[in-house]
Design a protein around this ligand. Structure first.
Ligand code: ZN
Length: 268
């Protein structure tokens, strides 16, 4: 298992004290689990064709590696939408060990509840995790191109402000490993809504010949700055999942027959 906090690739440690809050954040790669074949081995996504018992075992493994009770996780039925759910103690354990129990039609979650660990599962998409050290509170958002263009990161910040009184200037953001501007080639289906949403859309892409690649990391940064975050509070792993299929699952590099890795965060 990989925890980037241990390897120094990201500047936040697994348990970090900011202000009043002590937070946990971890991204797991694909190694160290029990799934087999294309799901080898730490797949945490149900409904992909993997053995559900293996998925449950993998979720228990990641929780235990962080010394968390497995039923303290909260998971979502992610649909590349733009719904932000407000989570409290009563939601703890939802979707921790089953697809059916997870929050329906949800791609972002916010909470001020302690010991309630919000988990998203991805294979290329970026997970944006916001930490408010003052309230304290957290928010987590699953953003592929649809979520980015829908402004799901901004919506998550707005929900934290409206629900908990979080001030954007206090927030810290971690951008998880995800498909990078080296590999994320896109066509008109993405470029057309991108141009409509951003007048300076060219700053969010890289062009070489007729190939255009989207820069999700730059989009996440840009949206966070637009939301009022301070540049010094934005941390990006900047590790491309498609370039590193030994370490991560990548839908773009491996096709649909692959697993999902976990990104989770909580207030201790
Ligand atoms: Zn790449």
């Amino acid at each position: 298992m990989i925890r980037f906090d241990d390897s120094g690739l990201i500047s936040l440690r697994p348990r970090e004290q900011f202000g009043k809050g002590q937070f946990l954040w971890a991204a797991f790669g694909r190694q160290g689990g029990v799934s087999e074949g294309p799901f080898s081995s730490l797949n945490v996504g149900y409904h992909l064709g993997d053995d559900g018992n293996h998925v449950t075992d993998n979720r228990v493994l990641i929780a235990r590696s962080l010394s968390l009770p497995p039923d303290s996780l909260v998971a979502a039925q992610q649909v590349h939408g733009s719904t932000v759910a407000v989570v409290d103690e009563s939601d703890r354990g939802r979707g921790a060990a089953s697809w059916e129990g997870a929050l329906a039609q949800t791609d972002a979650m916010v909470t001020a509840a302690r010991q309630t660990f919000l988990m998203l599962v991805v294979a290329d998409c970026a997970v944006l995790t916001f930490f408010d050290p003052v309230v304290p509170a957290i928010g987590i958002a699953h953003c592929g191109w649809r979520g980015m263009i829908a402004g799901l990161g901004q919506k998550t910040v707005e929900t934290m402000h409206a629900t908990f009184g979080s001030r954007p200037e206090d927030l810290k953001l971690i951008i998880s490993p995800s498909i990078g501007p080296c590999c994320y080639e896109v066509g008109e289906a993405v470029l057309s809504p991108l141009r409509a949403a951003y007048s300076d859309w060219r700053s969010l892409i890289r062009e070489s010949g007729n190939r255009i690649r989207l820069d999700l990391w730059q989009m996440a940064r840009r949206q966070a700055l637009d939301s009022g975050l301070q540049s010094a509070n934005i941390f990006a792993a900047e590790i491309c999942t498609a370039c590193h299929t030994d370490l991560f699952y990548s839908h773009r590099a491996e096709g649909s027959n692959t697993g999902r890795f976990a990104v989770l965060a909580g207030i201790l």
